[in-house]
Design a protein around this ligand. Structure first.
Ligand SMILES: [Zn+2]
Length: 200
């Protein structure tokens, strides 16, 4: 605001009618994306302690929750997976029957109108909790790219509409696009994750 104090935006914010006239940003339900955390090995939903009101869902309960989301007019869900097994290279992240791949298939079968966006990152799937593979004590960027690309492709092959990489590897969007260009997923859009709760 370089021309303060001549320009005083508070003048147009005095009441609801004035604000309605000058408002430039409108938030609609049709713009919302609902986060869904899907955990393997749960028998009932479990609240995420750091995010009150947000649950981790077992696969079996996913359909009902997805229907509730769709009935509110929310067009899209963003899936995060919590696997049972973790290893050095995050194998469950790109396993054809991993928790997220199964969740995508289920959602696409039961609520086909809901757009399915998937988080792409390895940290929830690696035993060390890093977003990539470790080599000589550090995260090996380019080896991690291959796995992130493989993870993206497996999501799209399971039916995901959009993949949303949230890792911090250099060149991951290009790697994911190149991998998908080889597969059947040529025209699926990508989306770069913005908000981050934490990065392991
Ligand atoms: Zn991560």
């Amino acid at each position: 605001m370089t021309n303060f104090p001549t320009v005083r935006m508070r003048r147009t914010r005095q009441n609801e009618k004035l604000r309605g006239l000058v408002r430039e940003t409108h938030l609609e339900v049709s713009q919302l994306i609902y986060p869904l955390f899907i955990a393997e090995g749960l028998d009932r939903p479990r609240e995420v302690p750091s995010m009150p009101g947000i649950m981790q869902w077992p696969l079996e309960h996913l359909g009902r929750e997805a229907e509730r989301i769709a009935s509110l007019g929310i067009p899209a869900v963003l899936l995060f997976g919590i696997p049972n097994e973790k290893d050095e290279v995050g194998s469950q992240a790109y396993h054809p029957h991993g928790i997220i791949q199964e969740a995508i298939r289920r959602l696409k079968a039961e609520t086909p109108d809901l757009l399915v966006i998937t988080d792409v990152c390895l940290c929830e799937y690696t035993s060390h909790g890093h977003c990539g593979v470790i080599f000589q004590g550090g995260v090996e960027n380019d080896e991690s790219l291959k796995l992130l690309a493989q993870m993206s492709l497996s999501h799209v092959e399971a039916g995901a509409d959009i993949v949303a990489p949230s890792d911090m590897m250099d060149g991951r969007v290009g790697a994911i696009r190149r991998q998908r260009a080889r597969g059947a997923a040529r025209n699926r859009p990508g989306y770069r994750g913005g908000g981050r709760y934490c990065d392991g």
